[in-house]
Design a protein around this ligand. Structure first.
Ligand SMILES: *Cc1c(COP(=O)(O)O)cnc(C)c1O
Length: 439
């Protein structure tokens, strides 16, 4: 921080304050994490200076000898980590990665299926305010009202009657396992592509704590910055061959007359279809993160994320807090505030928890009776606090603090007491010990 401290004290101060916030608070947003110093260093490297449109050994600019080495390592490591036949590491983030898959496989107006946003799907899975819902025809599937679970038989019936060209499996706020194999079987029955968007659970999949969509799924997209613990960005992985070439893209041929491969459709949708130059500094950091995820300790990390989520869920329920689906199988927990007489008060609770040093986000619950701006849920997750080394006993302390705040979200004394407990706790689990910017 020496240079930025003197050249730009305002931004330096904002960075220092953010580090202090992260060190002192308990980070429970399930899509966030704390990357290693090595990942931070790769992101802050001179690769940010380079332009490298194209792919390794097929670039449009000179001076690519080291970019190519880096990108090939990133591709190889991701392939090993997820068992992928083909990997594209260039997508700038999760939304552009998903956009590239739509762009590669669907035509404007084509029909696809995705999980309803209010029940835990992502904006890019067909929300009417997103490109996916505006440019393509989305038919949402939903969780069951009673159980709040996905019913694969119902989704199958819906797919048979709707005949979508693609089905997206994946979640942002669904606390249970996704049955990727069942999704693939449905897709094969109705001649649809299957895109598994594992953005949230990529770390669990890489660490063996959740079933992997490969080897059977057509396409996987994932962000790299959530449970996978890399830089902000995304990758797309797919099978080489296009199972549905003759049905949907018979005209797409190579120069020698052979069918265009799925991997080629994806690569050309990313570049030159949607993006220009890749962010080489971020891709270098992705490579570092994939290397870390290939270490045996990452398996332990992934399993501890799930153990911690289960422990936190159990403690919350012991305190009388209602959870969507009454628990969790993955890294996330969705609190249903309605039985706590806080319908539509997610924002109030989020703010009260913020004041207590606990960072969460308000979220809709399935069949949300209020609005997305003032929803009736709070979403929690354990990837970041597990990175800090916290275990089941710390989950209990945090859950008790959350329960106290939910029971008295406007009681300043309660909030203050919880905040001092949280400060006490986080002091014992330094995030970036000895980081220079603390001085
Ligand atoms: C986070 C997320 C995305 C989008 O990622 P961004 O990097 O925020 O664009 C897409 N799909 C799912 C399932 C996600 O959880």
């Amino acid at each position: 921080m020496n240079d930025i401290n003197s050249s730009d004290p305002e931004i330096a101060e904002a960075i220092r304050n953010e580090l202090k916030r992260e060190e002192e608070g308990v980070e429970l947003i399930p899509s966030e994490n704390n990357v290693s110093k090595a990942v931070l260093q790769a992101m802050g490297s001179v690769f940010t200076n380079k332009y490298s449109e194209g792919y390794p050994k097929k670039r449009y600019y000179g001076g690519q000898e080291f970019v190519d080495v880096m990108e090939e390592i990133a591709i190889e490591r991701a392939g090993k980590l997820f068992g992928a036949e083909h990997v594209n590491v260039q997508p700038y983030s999760g939304s552009p990665a998903n956009q590239a898959v739509f762009f590669a496989l669907l035509n404007v107006g084509d029909k696809f299926m995705g999980l309803n946003l209010t029940s835990g799907g992502h904006l890019t899975h067909g929300s009417p305010v997103n490109f996916s819902g505006k440019i393509y025809k989305c038919v949402s599937y939903d969780v069951e009202k009673e159980t709040e679970l996905l019913d694969m038989d119902k989704i199958k019936k819906q797919a048979i009657s709707e005949k979508p060209k693609m089905i997206i499996s994946g979640l942002t706020a669904y606390p249970r396992k996704i049955e990727f194999k069942a999704f693939q079987e449905i897709c094969e029955e109705v001649d649809a592509y299957h895109m598994a968007d594992i953005s949230h659970i990529a770390g669990l999949v890489a660490g063996g704590a959740h079933e992997s969509p490969f080897p059977f799924t057509d396409i996987i997209t994932t962000t790299t910055h959530k449970s996978l613990r890399g830089p902000r960005g995304a990758i797309i992985m797919c099978k080489e061959e296009d199972r549905l070439h003759d049905k949907y893209h018979p005209e797409l041929k190579m120069k020698d007359g052979s069918a265009k491969k799925l991997s080629q459709l994806i690569d050309s949708a990313v570049f030159p279809g949607l993006q220009g130059g890749p962010h080489d500094h971020v891709n270098a950091a992705k490579a570092v993160a994939f290397g870390e995820a290939l270490e045996p300790s990452f398996k332990e990390y992934a399993n501890q994320i799930v153990k911690n989520a289960k422990a936190m869920a159990d403690s919350l329920m012991e305190e009388g807090i209602k959870l969507v689906t009454n628990g969790t199988d993955n890294h996330l927990i969705l609190i249903d505030l309605r039985p706590s007489r806080l319908t539509g008060q997610g924002k109030l609770v989020q703010n009260a928890l913020d004041e207590a040093g606990i960072t969460t986000n308000k979220n809709t619950v399935p069949y949300e009776p209020a609005s997305p701006f003032n929803p009736s849920g709070i979403r929690l997750g354990t990837p970041a606090i597990t990175t800090r080394g916290m275990k089941e006993s710390e989950m209990k302390v945090i859950a008790q603090g959350i329960a106290k705040v939910i029971k008295a979200p406007e009681d300043k004394a309660v909030i203050e007491k919880v905040h001092s407990d949280i400060l006490e706790l986080t002091k014992q689990f330094p995030l970036y010990p000895g980081m220079e910017i603390l001085k």
